[in-house]
Design a protein around this ligand. Structure first.
Ligand SMILES: Nc1ncnc2c1ncn2[C@@H]1O[C@H](COP(=O)(O)OP(=O)(O)OP(=O)(O)O)[C@@H](O)[C@H]1O
Ligand SMILES: [Mg+2]
Length: 261
């Protein structure tokens, strides 16, 4: 697995609703992208989560906009009038992560009549429990509707256990209580089937391949003396154990769904 690398040529607009101040940029391949900046308050581990969780979602067959590396150079922020944005761009010079921008997409809204099919909803509930993503609630769905298909975005807060390396191994086999707030839980009638599909698609090789794509500097930013290779091994161990124990979080989600209906 190899992510493309593009260069940002123009800062188009800030996405103010995003807590990390992501932005739409134009790039040297003439595409438009949503950039997640390395210098944002959430730190580089948010980019690690965005990449790792996003590619796991894609491996499950869910739609995730293409993820690319984006080079930001000093020229990008030079004429930016907003000081907060100028500082963010300055702190993000170098490698960042971006998603293909989906023009005209809208946020999934049940009240507006948006629906999901059982297979997609079940895989989505499985996915978010596996990567521990709490940001898929009706109020903050992070689910775009584009050309009548659902696209999964914003995985920066996933794998939140990686903010504490020491305890990561012990937390792999935990349920995921937040499944009860999942925006697609009402349609997730095929959790057992999703579990079987996911266990077939998410292999140790696939996980290793995804982790290999993570830039080493994003993993070693906190200067704790642990190498990028060691950290990749911690993630691999975490996900391998979590996969083996998927019955725990699948049961949690199924129980939450029974409470719901
Ligand atoms: N690929 C995309 N195509 C179109 N719009 C997008 C895309 N990615 C993000 N957006 C829009 O930008 C907003 C902010 O993006 P995102 O949710 O990823 O940022 P964030 O800073 O992590 O947000 P949050 O406030 O949820 O923490 C989204 O709610 C969505 O409206
Ligand atoms: Mg969001």
């Amino acid at each position: 697995m190899q992510l493309r690398t593009i260069r940002a040529t123009q800062y188009v607009t800030a996405l103010r609703e995003g807590g990390s101040l992501p932005a739409i940029v134009a790039a040297d391949d003439f595409g438009m992208y949503v950039v997640k900046f390395r210098g944002a308050g959430q730190g580089p581990l948010a980019l690690v989560a965005e990449l790792v969780a996003g590619e796991i979602g894609r491996a499950l067959g869910l739609n995730v906009p293409e993820l690319v590396f984006v080079e930001v150079d000093a020229a990008l922020g030079r004429n930016e009038p907003d000081q907060e944005i100028r500082e963010l761009l300055k702190a993000s010079i170098g490698l960042n992560l971006a998603l293909d921008y989906l023009p005209g997409s809208t946020m999934f809204d049940h009240a507006a009549g948006d629906k999901a099919d059982a297979k997609t909803a079940s895989l989505a509930v499985w996915f978010d429990a596996f990567v521990m993503n709490v940001d898929r609630t009706p109020r903050n769905a992070n689910l775009l509707v584009w050309h009548r298909e659902l696209y999964f975005i914003d995985h920066g807060a996933a794998i939140y256990v990686h903010h504490d390396w020491e305890s990561m191994p012990q937390r792999a086999e935990s349920p995921f209580r937040e499944s009860k707030n999942h925006v697609l839980l009402p349609w997730a009638t095929q959790l057992e089937e999703a579990d079987a599909t996911a266990r077939r698609l998410i292999t140790a090789d696939k996980l290793a391949e995804i982790l290999e794509a993570v830039p080493g500097q994003w993993l070693t930013r906190d200067n704790d003396g642990i190498s990028a290779a060691e950290k990749r091994a911690v993630y691999l161990d975490f996900f391998t154990r979590r996969l083996a124990a998927s019955a725990i979080f699948v049961k949690e989600a199924a129980d939450a769904r029974h409470q719901l209906v």
